[in-house]
Ligand binder design. Structure first.
Ligand code: ATP
Length: 142
């Protein structure tokens, strides 16, 4: 078999469902390149971009998806990614992500200066990471 199925599912529904010939994802154990007939695997994912090389004869042969952590499962030539949120390049609202980045940076700065004891630094850093990931993926738009 020269391709495999990629499904990306979030609480919003199925956000991606295509045949692919290659996929690169960043797991907690490092970068993972997936070709057809990959061995079964389950791993937590980092908040990062997932690159999918589509198995389609069209102009667009690569797609990037901003995946907010979650889990990747490979089984029977199906790659499933289940995450709290994930957006394809064209679905990213850049101004929203810029605003989220700014809010997170402001919180981190306030927490660093110990001006606000109620700020959860880890939470702010994760929010910043999500926003930067979205902006990186949006920048890949051609
Ligand atoms: P925000 O602070 O802007 O809400 P967030 O990182 O807290 O961002 P999430 O909790 O990860 O947002 O996602 C909530 C929902 O909003 C999900 O459906 C996610 O896909 C969507 N979403 C969040 N940010 C964006 C964005 N910049 N563009 C498009 N959809 C987004």
């Amino acid at each position: 078999m020269s391709s495999f199925v990629v499904n990306i599912v979030t609480p919003d529904g199925i956000i991606f469902d295509h045949h692919a010939k290659f996929l690169v994802a960043n797991t907690v154990a490092g970068s993972l390149g997936i070709l057809p007939n990959h061995a079964p695997l389950i791993s937590p994912l980092q908040i990062d971009a997932v690159r999918i090389d589509l198995d389609e004869e069209d102009n667009k042969n690569s797609e990037w998806v901003a995946v907010n952590g979650g889990i990747i499962e490979i089984r029977d030539n199906v790659v499933s990614i289940i995450a709290n949120s994930a957006e394809t390049e064209e679905n990213i609202d850049v101004s929203r992500a810029k605003y989220a980045k700014q809010r997170a940076e402001e919180k981190i700065e306030l927490a660093r200066q110990k001006q606000d004891e109620t700020i959860d630094m880890d939470r702010a850093e994760i929010a910043l990471h999500r926003a930067i990931n979205r902006l990186n993926v949006a920048n890949k738009r051609r």
